[in-house]
Write a protein that binds this ligand. Structure first.
Ligand code: CO
Length: 501
């Protein structure tokens, strides 16, 4: 490694440590913290984040970064040092272009709007959330102006979560996906409803669910010497280094699918982080590359693997042994169909894999219009409901189940939602490719063997850390562009069989 790159790395290691320390405080807040710790914790978090932010955007960073850029100018694009400098430049510019006053304004707006949103959602009171949403949208528009764009003000907002993708590209992909999914959803709607009372009408003790999810995590290759699972209301994964990656799950007595698929989903995120090479530790290359790539990992394990026939051929007898009273008389076919029940619903996070993407299309369309000013804040509930009616044939009975259900807008995260659906697309492209490379991979799942898949993902995705954007990684490893074809083919094949379409 060159001297200048080494200096840049040493300089950035400290703010990166601070960010991970702040992450640990956030983890503790979600998992352990007593309720009354919330105000003090908010101060502690804001102190650590602002220290890290100051160190990252300092003149010292600018100077070291420029020197390092000169040093790596002749290195190949995929060289570790060249990538480190390139990614650091991208992140540095993102931070440095936003004036400090706007950072402070956003932090204030976020904490106030979060507080109001929680209450507003509880009381189904969009009126009280409205001024906060207006402020968040205003901040997003201002951020877009500072970050700069050529085509669409949504571009820089999207790119702060998904570098390398444009609004126009996402819109084209979503159009393909929507046109392909609509006939599948319509045909399923004509079929008799699947009965999933075997889950919802029985009690599945939480301790047994917990044990089952621990078994699943161990089986798919999650390393408990470098992580742990805890309980949380909204499951998430967090990492402090590749050697400490933690997951959470949610236990509901009459919804064992929730803990099972939360654990497998978060396990997929965690396998990615545990697979980041140790040589990237304490640098900007440590950690998964982009949100779409991250979600491609979690969704691949959750859906293509975890909701698949081979997986349940192996796990159904085990699940039944965990819950002999509940499942003793239930056949495999019935459980498999209940797990894959497709039904338009109001809540994104509970949606099946077929209708899930419609929730994302709706948010993407509305966010774009909010940012351009083509949608007034007061018209959001009607615009939201009209789209649910149009795409899914259902109208939310209130705003709590409608436009106020997600935390993202209250958290000032406009531009984030598309990454979920992009992750779904990429998961299908990766899954096609691994089946091509290892044709008998699903036969392994039937025996509970997942190491070949994990090793393949390590080699194609994890080993690169944050070096590449999603389009770059797909080009390099799959020789493909991001496309809706693989996901549509997968949906078509799977649900034609399940629903006899
Ligand atoms: Co996820």
């Amino acid at each position: 490694m060159g001297e200048k790159v080494a200096q840049l790395k040493a300089h950035l290691a400290q703010p990166i440590d601070l960010q991970h320390a702040a992450g640990l405080l956030s983890w503790d807040q979600e998992v352990n913290m007593p309720e009354k710790g919330v105000n003090a914790r908010a101060e502690q978090l804001s102190t650590l984040s602002s220290l890290a932010h100051k160190m990252i955007i300092s003149d010292e960073t600018a100077r070291l970064l420029e020197a390092a850029e000169e040093e790596v100018a002749d290195l190949d694009y995929d060289n570790d040092d060249a990538s480190l400098v390139r990614v650091t430049r991208r992140e540095f510019d993102k931070y440095a272009k936003i004036p400090n006053a706007l950072v402070i304004r956003e932090a204030r707006a976020r904490s106030k709007s979060l507080m109001t949103w929680r209450k507003a959602r509880e009381n189904d009171d969009f009126e009280s959330f409205k001024p906060h949403l207006a402020e968040i949208v205003d901040i997003a528009r201002e951020k877009a102006e500072h970050l700069g764009y050529e085509d669409h003000p949504y571009d820089p907002l999207l790119q702060s979560y998904e570098p390398g993708m444009t609004t126009a590209q996402v819109a084209a992909l979503f159009k393909d996906l929507k046109e392909g999914l609509l006939p599948i959803v319509q045909k399923i709607a004509e079929q008799p409803e699947v009965d999933d009372g075997l889950f919802s009408e029985q009690v599945y003790p939480k301790e047994r669910q917990w044990e089952f999810t621990m078994l699943l995590l161990r089986d798919i290759g999650y390393d408990f010497d470098r992580g742990r699972q805890d309980k949380a209301t909204h499951p998430f994964t967090i990492h402090f280094s590749p050697t400490d990656v933690r997951v959470t799950t949610r236990l509901l007595e009459n919804r064992p699918q929730s803990s099972i698929f939360s654990s497998v989903h978060e396990g997929g995120h965690a396998l990615y982080e545990q697979g980041i090479p140790l040589k990237f530790m304490r640098t900007t290359l440590a950690g998964g590359a982009t949100l779409a790539l991250h979600e491609s990992q979690s969704r691949l394990w959750e859906n293509q693997v975890g909701r698949g026939l081979p997986f349940w051929t192996h796990y159904y007898p085990i699940l039944r042994a965990f819950f002999p009273e509940q499942l003793g008389n239930v056949g495999f076919e019935e459980v498999y169909r209940a797990i894959n029940k497709v039904e338009p619903s109001f809540i994104r996070v509970e949606a099946d894999e077929v209708t899930y993407n419609f929730h994302i299309f709706i948010r993407f369309e509305l966010e774009k219009m909010l940012v351009t000013g083509d949608l007034a804040i007061e018209d959001v509930p009607d615009a939201w409901n009209a789209r649910y009616e149009e795409y899914l044939g259902i109208t939310p009975p209130n705003d709590a189940l409608g436009c106020m259900q997600d935390i993202h807008w209250a958290q000032s995260m406009i531009g984030y939602f598309p990454t979920y659906a992009l992750g779904n697309l990429i998961s299908a492209q990766l899954y096609d490719k691994v089946q091509e490379d290892i044709p008998d991979i699903e036969e392994g799942f039937v025996r509970g063997e997942f190491a070949p898949l994990l090793n393949w993902l390590r080699d194609k995705v994890h080993k690169h850390g944050s070096k590449f954007t999603a389009p770059e990684l797909l080009q390099r490893e799959l020789d493909q562009e991001i496309s809706a074809d693989a996901l549509l083919a997968y949906m078509q094949e799977k649900y034609t069989k399940i629903y006899d379409l």
